[in-house]
Design a protein around this ligand. Structure first.
Ligand code: BGC
Length: 855
């Protein structure tokens, strides 16, 4: 403990000693959606929390207060670079401070158990070691900026179906070796100031009451000394939670803590010492972020300011994974197109539709195809959503980077056949009125989505006086035809477009609905109206505010939805094919939609929605230089992958995605990413394809065999292996040396090993290579039952950079834990005896050098 730590602890004890029971109980409960109460008597400020993880939204769900949007977590993990995650963390701390936020509700370190998991995009990897390393970088970065983190969701929150109640049945070995491992690593290496406990149960006990995992494992074994926050509305029992080690019940004001907790102490159900322990953790967190007078904040000198836009652009390219590149199709710059020049236009400055001038005919040309090339999908849905100031789409990015006249755009196929919040072409505001129709207050709306939670209401409006909210304004269509309008959310609505009533009715909650229906619920179409491109019309959605007094949370959430005219899909494809035929290179952007990948539900399949597969095939048939850009946060089936020249995976690339895409396609930057998760050819090949609980239980039957371990055991070849990713140069692996007993930090796993790898850049460009080291126990040979055998695992990795012809050497420490397995019977880690094969290479399927290590 440092001197500052000691002063902080003393100050925390002194503050705790001054609090009465009611105040202590109040301090453990949210006072609203995002904050804890201030206690001025002890010099304690109000602690503010906010999501996480791609940006910091702040306490308002609106674009009025924009946030830098970095690439999504799968993209960050694809960098295989904890230092990149650390820089991202520093930017997020800077954003948090700008918005008055003290704790960022991130990182999400659940695992990619199944590609069907709805929040797959929000987690890092199928591998616990990589997840731990990236999560460690992230937490270190955020906390270096003096802002706290809550590593989430502890634990086993790997799918969304029945997420509030599902009982995940996970045997001890899988729990330790996989699902707890990233949390353990981050606690050890980054000392996070917070953890968020999940909605689900693990082996019968809900995580907000899981005394064994929280008190005995997280705090007891690993030494976690931060605060444990419930996931939002996950705390369900006063005594169960406080005795289970839950410090903070969020959100408020109605929670199982506060007065209910004080009462439980008075009635003898809960010892006051349990409350004190929780308050101590909360005060320590507050002290660390500088909210407790007299206690030194954990960080006094802030890191250098970070340029968010530049970092978002660089990080995006760092995570792009070049899956295939036949005949050096990419980069396009090699004599085929001039390198980019000039600044990017601001978002929206470009013509939105196919109104770009046709190619001039002089010089090589690019046909850019796909709806997501124009309306980019830069982040995943749900609580991870932030609202960036600008979004650079692929169309924006390439238009700015290519010489005038060399780019032609066509939609080709539009995957979003569902209505989404009114955005493009709408200018909206919300008007709040009382029962007599008098205006109480109003505010501008960036989209048709109203998400007012707690005090986040337009000035003048209150929940008590507000009888209606009207979303009203104009819509200027960019296309002539039949426009569909609809609603999302529960309650009574009146929808009017261009002076005519479209729908009047009530939407009630279905039986199985998620309480967050208004965020994640299915959109409902309410009517269609024929409109002309460029002619503005008035739109209005009137919402009658229901009685909110019985709700645990004061909030109004509903949306005005819209979908533009549907053109004949065959015609769209034909138009794209013509553009591709005339162009030197065809770039097709394919994507998932918010209805495919989001918090709140799981995926049903891995298919690209709509006619996108048909589009790619049709384009590839006429243009041998077809490059497919995959804009998805998690695996999708790419049935045409061998028919196209190149496949570049850009994930959800964040706000600067289009600029980064131009950089990478034109060779100004190398695609730096490697797959953090195995990419199946078809869903049926994935190790886990069932995420629907049976009678409330989800059995993790596969044990430790998820991801690459499972593919190997089953002998299934994936489309692309874990760790795969091409750069723009080539590498030859020259030597591998292993020294046992030296490497790693020792610690609980005992000594590990040190691996030295020498490799040469044999290509013509400077490049960066991610050297991956896998460990395969070789001791038990063929006789062992393969199901019980310890699978191969990622044990270390490092990135190297070298110019053409240069040789580099890297030293990689393998932690002692990499040589251990969890012994279920004994309930402890056990070293795997005998020989280990140490493999170094480019992916799990492409290791270039092997050495044998005898421990
Ligand atoms: C999510 C959390 C998030 C919280 C607050 C929950 O529904 O599971 O990840 O931090 O909401 O938005």
């Amino acid at each position: 403990m440092t001197h500052a730590d000691q002063i902080r602890e003393d100050r925390v004890e002194a503050a705790l000693g001054k609090l009465d029971l009611d105040t202590k109980a109040r301090l453990l409960a949210g006072q609203d959606m995002w904050t804890l109460p201030a206690v001025p008597e002890i010099g304690l400020g109000s602690l503010v929390m906010s999501d996480g993880p791609v940006g910091v939204r702040g306490v308002r769900w609106t674009t009025d207060d924009p946030s830098v949007a970095l690439p999504s977590p799968t993209a960050l993990a694809a960098s295989w670079d904890p230092e990149t995650a650390r820089r991202a963390g520093r930017l997020l701390a800077q954003e948090a401070r700008r918005k008055g936020v003290h704790v960022v509700l991130a990182p999400t370190v659940n695992l990619h158990r199944s590609p069907l998991g709805g929040r797959h995009f929000e987690c890092y990897s199928e591998d616990p070691f990589l997840t731990g390393a990236i999560g460690t970088g992230y937490v270190l970065g955020v906390q270096e900026g003096g802002v706290g983190t809550t590593v989430k969701h502890f634990a086993g929150n790997d799918a969304e179906t029945e997420r509030f109640t599902v009982d995940n049945r996970i045997a001890g070995r899988a729990l330790r070796e996989l699902y707890l491992a990233p949390f353990a690593a981050i606690v050890k290496d980054a000392r996070p100031w917070g953890v968020m406990t999940a909605y689900n149960r693990v082996n019968g006990t809900t995580m907000t009451e899981h005394r064994h995992l929280v008190e005995e494992v997280l705090r007891g074994e690993w030494g976690f000394d931060g605060a444990n926050v419930s996931d939002w509305m996950a705390a369900r029992s006063t005594a169960g939670c406080i005795l289970g080690g839950l410090d903070i019940a969020m959100p408020g004001p109605q929670t199982v803590y506060g007065p209910a907790l004080a009462e439980a102490v008075r009635s003898g159900e809960v010892p006051e010492a349990a409350v004190d322990a929780a308050v101590r953790n909360v005060l320590r967190l507050a002290a660390r972020v500088g909210l407790l007078d007299g206690a030194p904040a954990a960080v006094t000198g802030l890191p250098e300011p970070v340029d968010g836009q530049a970092l978002a652009r660089e990080t995006a390219a760092r995570g792009f994974v070049l899956l295939r590149n036949e005949g050096g199709t990419l980069p396009l710059s090699s004599g085929r197109l001039p390198l980019p020049s000039g600044a990017l236009p601001s978002a929206g400055a470009l013509p939105p539709s196919g109104t770009l001038p046709p190619p001039s005919g002089a010089g090589p040309t690019v046909a850019l195809l796909g709806a997501a090339a124009r309306d980019a999908r830069v982040l995943g849905g749900g609580s991870a959503t932030v609202f960036p100031e600008r979004i650079v789409s692929p169309l924006d990015g390439l238009t700015a980077a290519l010489p005038p006249g060399s780019l032609r755009y066509a939609v080709g196929a539009d995957p979003s056949d569902e209505l989404t919040p009114a955005g493009q072409g709408f200018e909206l505001r919300a008007v709040c009125r009382d029962a007599t129709g008098t205006v109480l207050g109003e505010g501008s709306l960036p989209t048709g989505q109203v998400q007012w939670i707690g005090d986040d209401l337009p000035a003048g409006a209150t929940y008590e006086t507000m009888a209606s909210i009207e979303v009203t304004g104009t819509f200027t269509p960019r296309e002539t035809g039949e426009h569909a309008f609809g609603t999302r959310g529960l309650g009574a609505f009146t929808l009017t477009v261009d002076g005519a009533a479209v729908w009047e009715g009530v939407q009630r909650m279905g039986e199985e609905a998620d309480p967050f229906e208004a965020f994640f619920g299915a959109p409902s179409e309410r009517g269609r109206v024929s409109l002309e491109a460029g002619r503005p019309v008035r739109v209005s959605l009137l919402f009658h505010v229901p009685d909110l007094s019985t709700l645990p949370l004061k909030a109004v959430m509903f949306s005005l939805l819209h979908l533009g005219p549907r053109r004949d899909p065959d015609e769209l494809i034909a138009e794209a094919v013509e553009a591709a035929r005339a162009a030197d290179t065809a770039v097709v952007v394919v994507a998932t939609t918010e209805r495919v990948e989001s918090e709140g539900f799981d995926r049903k399949d891995l298919k690209l929605p709509g006619r996108q597969d048909d589009l790619v095939r049709a384009v590839a048939a006429v243009n041998p230089r077809t490059v497919v850009v995959v804009n998805a946060g998690s695996p999708v089936e790419l049935p045409w992958r061998e028919e196209v020249a190149a496949v570049l995976l850009t994930w959800f690339p964040g706000q600067e995605g289009g600029a980064a895409l131009a950089d990478v396609l034109l060779g100004a930057r190398e695609p730096g990413g490697r797959l953090p998760t195995t990419w199946p050819a078809v869903l049926a090949d994935a190790p886990v394809t069932e995420v629907v609980p049976v009678d409330g239980r989800l059995e993790y039957r596969e044990g430790v065999f998820i991801g690459y371990r499972a593919y190997e055991r089953a002998g299934t070849e994936p489309a692309y292996a874990f760790g795969h990713g091409l750069g723009y140069t080539d590498w030859s692996y020259e030597s591998l040396e292993v020294t046992s007993g030296t490497g790693g930090p020792g610690g609980p796993g005992g000594p590990g090993a040190t691996v030295r790898v020498r490799l040469a850049n044999t290509g013509t460009r400077p490049g960066r290579e991610v050297v991956q080291v896998y460990l395969v126990p070789a001791g038990d040979g063929e006789t062992a039952d393969v199901r019980d055998r310890t699978p191969g695992r990622l044990a270390g990795f490092a990135a190297v950079e070298a110019g053409p012809g240069e040789t580099v050497e890297t030293e990689i420490e393998l932690p002692g834990r990499a040589f251990e397995s969890w012994d279920e019977e004994a309930g402890r880690w056990r070293r795997t005896d005998g020989a280990h094969l140490v493999r170094a290479g480019r992916s799990y399927a492409d290791t270039r050098l092997t050495a044998t290590l005898h421990l």
